[in-house]
Design a protein around this ligand. Structure first.
Ligand SMILES: [Zn+2]
Length: 313
């Protein structure tokens, strides 16, 4: 592993592989999985054993010729401010990784499309971005930030900046913490369809396109139902399904789709993709009713998958 990673700093520009070219041609909207709550929770659980309570010896940039990640403040200040700080907590905030530092600063990493945090060999050397060199209980560790497309963002906030940027007025309650009553109240205020409303991070945080379809199928709610028209009883079904699906997906360490981008901190696939009931299963027989075919519709430019028999309007 060490030799492999060391090669990243030698600066050899590698040819784009055939597989990668093929991947860039795939339509993002339809085939790329944005890491959602279960994937980011899996990342957090994967790095916590080596990051929680560790001292950041240094952060350094890997030699990378690709589009750089967005980093705020600029790299030199960022690296200087976090150096020698203790990481006091490793948390997930919706679809972001949050590192709380002893200096009271907060690091926020948002993986977006293709960002990963790794404690092991990366999927490729040329997309390594940053190395966190850490000291924990007298041993040294490295955590690597990898991003194929460079859409991830790194931000360092003071507490006040953190609250302003990502506090309660910006981000709704976490999907695993919101109460059914609060969810009912929030859905009750919008005339959008329930599937579209569930993707609104101000309404409820952490659910994305993939899990929204799975949750509504489990809850037997048609995705085009107007959110404000849902009774408390039906929202209770959504709430129960949301908890069950997200928890189950965390247990299976998230979903790695055919693009293979999402990996856990050990660079292994998640396995929840094998449990999907409707997502990307257009035309297959619904596994619940075993009668109707799964259908695909487009809502707000995103695909929604559902069973017209199980999820009646
Ligand atoms: Zn069905």
């Amino acid at each position: 592993m060490f030799l492999q990673i060391k090669a990243a700093f030698c600066g050899h520009k590698k040819e784009q592989s055939a597989l990668e070219l093929q991947l860039t041609e795939i339509n993002d909207q339809e085939h790329h999985l944005m890491p959602e709550l279960p994937e980011v929770e899996t990342m957090v659980r994967g790095i916590r054993p080596v990051m929680d309570q560790a001292i950041i010896l240094e952060v350094r940039a890997c030699k990378c010729d690709r589009k750089p990640l967005s980093i705020t403040p600029e790299q030199t200040e960022f690296f200087e401010r976090v150096r020698k700080c203790r990481i006091e907590a490793v948390e997930r905030l919706a679809k972001r990784i949050v590192l709380r530092l002893s200096s009271d600063d907060v690091i926020v990493f948002e993986p977006r499309m293709t960002g990963l945090v790794l404690v092991s060999d990366p999927p490729s050397i040329e997309h390594l971005r940053f190395e966190f060199r850490l000291s924990l209980k007298k041993s040294r560790h490295s955590v690597w930030i990898w991003d194929r497309r460079g859409l991830g963002t790194f931000r360092l906030f003071t507490q006040e900046e953190f609250e302003n940027a990502l506090g309660g007025s910006v981000l709704g309650p976490d999907a695993l913490r919101i109460t059914a009553e609060d969810l009912h109240c929030r859905l009750g205020k919008t005339q959008r369809s329930v599937k579209v409303a569930m993707l609104d991070q101000k309404l409820v945080a952490g659910v994305g396109n993939l899990y929204a379809s799975e949750i509504l199928h489990e809850a037997k709610i048609h995705p085009q139902t107007v959110a404000a028209k849902l009774s408390l009883k039906r929202v209770l079904r959504i709430h129960t399904a949301m908890n069950r699906i997200l928890q189950e997906a965390i247990t299976y360490e998230g979903s790695t789709l055919s693009d293979g981008t999402y990996r856990n901190a050990l660079n292994h696939d998640g396995s929840y993709q094998n449990k999907h009931r409707v997502y990307a299963k257009e035309g297959t027989t619904c596994v619940s009713c075993e009668v109707s075919k799964v259908q695909r519709i487009v809502q707000s430019q995103r695909s929604t998958f559902f069973c017209p028999r199980c999820q009646r309007k």
